[in-house]
Structures are given as structure tokens and as C-alpha cells.
Design a protein around this ligand. Structure first.
Ligand code: NAD
Ligand code: HJL
Length: 275
């Protein structure tokens, strides 16, 4: 057991064993289709991710927060939408004791941050926590997935520290041309050597992944439910309704379900029926 380092977290092994079956195996020899995807987020009892768009709301208690960092240690990459990058200025590193920067060697165990930013809205600058952690040797440089080539300044800043911009075309077969297809996004990550990704949100990203044509790409879903209501006006997890032959049907129901109490929160693990 490495010595506890400043800010390092631990996650108890009884709970990590319960969650492990939903995570990518430690060495993914068989390429997944195209990679292992875990969708994970924290929600209130009224299905809100935050009090309002553009604000960060702490929902997870200390134990479920540690779980998130355990999940981060078990994936090659963490992906968020640009709305979350702008609202939260997140660190997107792993702070579990024993990973690189937290008692471990180099950047071992640190996931690659990926920001889905189709129009290049994220300012990758000195004030970004992700970049501060890169400088401190406590996190990897981010990849930005975009439809546009970022300006030279931002591109250089990213590339100098090992990050990059991945430019992908807009989706062809979806009604919203602003989107990038998830198959294309996952394939591009696979080409970068990433075999597993945890997708942390926010609302637009989660609701997009819950569409019938996208949910089949998700291997596992791990949701922290906090004992609080945030009220109207929050950022909701509420995908578009699903209609088949003119009749409304459930969007999705999970299989292989487990409920794991973690402090005052409960964590729901499951797999989509269609994955
Ligand atoms: N509780 C949690 O676990 C949690 C997790 C993440 C974020 N949040 C909260 O969610 C809020 C942000 O959510 P949001 O919905 O505003 O933003 P978001 O993070 O979902 O980002 C939305 C943006 O992502 C891009 N995007 C999404 N899908 C895309 C696709 N298929 N192709 C191309 N681009 C795509 C678009 O630019 C879109 O505007 C914040 O308040 C944040 O604090 C909470
Ligand atoms: N598990 C979880 N519980 C929460 O209560 C909450 N607000 C988030 N939000 C997820 C989102 O991705 C945030 O941006 C990161 O949780 C910021 O966390 P870091 O700075 O990277 O530790 N996630």
C-alpha cells in the first residue's frame, strides 16, 4: 500500500469488488466495439445533474466521490461535454491513492481527459484546472474532440503538453447536424490507443447517449443517486421519448442491476438491454 499523498482518496475493497464486474477488465486484449463505454453520473431524486445550466452542484457524498475516482483509475479516458468543462472547470484526473501524482509513478493510472467541444468554445488556458494538473504532473493533457480546428494558440498549448485536437465531421445521418456521431468519436479514441472511456456528462451528452441508436454503444451504467431534490430549472437527465409503431414505449430498462449503498447515497449499476 503506497503512503497516503496530499489529497489522495481511498475506496474500500468490498464495494470496489461489487462494482468491478461493470468495469473494463484490467487488460483489455479483445478490442471492444469500438471500445468499452461506461456512462456514469450523479443525480438528485428529481433527475437533476445540477441546480441550473452553467453551475456546478455537489451531489455525491465522500464515499461516492471516492467511487468516481476509483472508476477513473479503471478507465483509459474520461469524456465530458463542453457545457460541463465551462460550468465546472473540472480537474478530470484521478486522485485515488497509488496512481501517478498521488503516490504512484509518473502518470500511471491517470485517465486521458477528453472534452467534446464541436465548436471550439473551451478556453484551454492557465486558469483551466486540467492544465494546472498537467503542469504539476498529476494529470494527463486533454484531447479536444471538435468539428473545427482550434486557433493556433490553443492548439500549441495542448500539443506542447501532449494533448491534441481531434477534428471529426458532423454526423451525416442524424437530424441535428451540430452533433458528431458517437461511433466516430469512439473510433477516433480507439485510434489513439484508448480502449475504455467513462463518460461523465453533462445533460446533453447523457441524453444524447440514451437515444436508441447510441445506447447500444454503452456497456455499463453507474449512477450515484443522492438523497436530495434540486427543484425545477435543473439540468435534467431526461432523454427524448421513444415511439414505436405510433405507441410510446420506455426509452430503456437496465439489466444485471445492482444497488449499492455508499454512505447516504445509493449507486445503481446496470447494463443497457441493447448493449
Ligand atoms: N451530477 C453530475 O454527475 C454531472 C456530471 C456532468 C455535468 N454535470 C452538470 O451538467 C451541466 C452541464 O450539462 P450540459 O447539458 O449543459 O452540458 P454538456 O456537458 O452535456 O455539454 C453539452 C455540449 O456538448 C456537446 N455535445 C453533446 N453531445 C454531442 C455530440 N453527440 N456531438 C457533438 N457535440 C456534442 C455540444 O456542444 C453541447 O452543447 C453542468 O451544470 C454540470 O455541473 C453534472
Ligand atoms: N460523480 C459526481 N458527483 C457530483 O456530485 C458531481 N457534481 C459530478 N460532476 C461530474 C462532472 O464531470 C464534474 O465536472 C466533475 O465531477 C468535477 O470533478 P473533478 O474536478 O474532476 O474532480 N460528478
Amino acid at each position: 500500500m503506497p503512503p497516503l499523498t496530499r489529497g489522495a482518496l481511498t475506496f474500500p475493497s468490498p464495494q470496489s469488488s461489487q462494482i468491478s464486474p461493470y468495469l473494463p477488465p484490467p487488460s483489455l486484449s479483445q478490442p471492444q466495439t469500438p471500445i468499452h463505454v461506461t456512462l456514469t453520473f450523479a443525480t438528485s431524486l428529481d433527475s437533476s445533474l445540477s441546480l441550473s445550466p452553467g453551475t456546478q452542484t455537489l451531489l455525491s457524498g465522500p464515499l461516492s466521490k471516492s467511487m468516481t475516482h476509483y472508476l477513473r483509475s479503471r478507465h483509459d479516458a474520461i469524456l465530458i461535454g463542453v457545457g460541463t468543462a465551462l460550468a465546472d472547470n473540472p480537474s478530470l484526473n484521478c486522485r485515488i491513492s497509488g496512481v501517478g501524482g498521488y503516490g504512484g509513478e509518473g502518470l500511471k493510472g491517470q485517465p486521458r481527459p477528453v472534452v467534446l467541444d464541436p465548436r471550439g468554445r473551451w478556453e484551454v488556458g492557465e486558469s483551466s484546472k486540467v492544465m494546472q494538473l498537467v503542469r504539476e504532473g498529476r494529470g494527463r493533457a486533454p484531447f479536444v474532440v471538435s468539428r473545427v480546428v482550434l486557433d493556433g494558440g490553443r492548439r500549441r498549448l495542448l500539443e506542447e503538453c501532449g494533448g491534441k485536437v481531434i477534428v471529426l465531421p458532423a454526423a451525416q445521418d442524424q437530424e441535428e447536424r451540430k452533433r458528431i456521431g458517437w461511433v466516430d468519436i469512439l473510433k477516433a479514441l480507439r485510434e489513439e490507443g484508448i480502449k475504455s472511456v467513462m463518460i461523465e456528462g453533462g445533460g446533453a451528452v447523457i441524453n444524447d447517449l440514451l437515444r436508441p441508436d447510441n445506447i447500444r454503444l454503452v456497456d455499463s451504467i453507474i449512477i450515484t443517486i443522492a438523497p436530495t431534490w434540486l427543484g425545477k430549472g435543473g439540468v435534467l437527465v431526461c432523454p427524448d421519448e421513444r415511439v414505436e409503431d405510433g405507441v410510446k414505449v420506455p426509452v430503456e430498462r437496465l439489466k444485471d442491476v445492482q444497488w449499492i449503498p455508499l454512505g447516504e447515497d445509493v449507486v445503481l449499476c446496470g447494463r443497457p438491454q441493447q448493449s
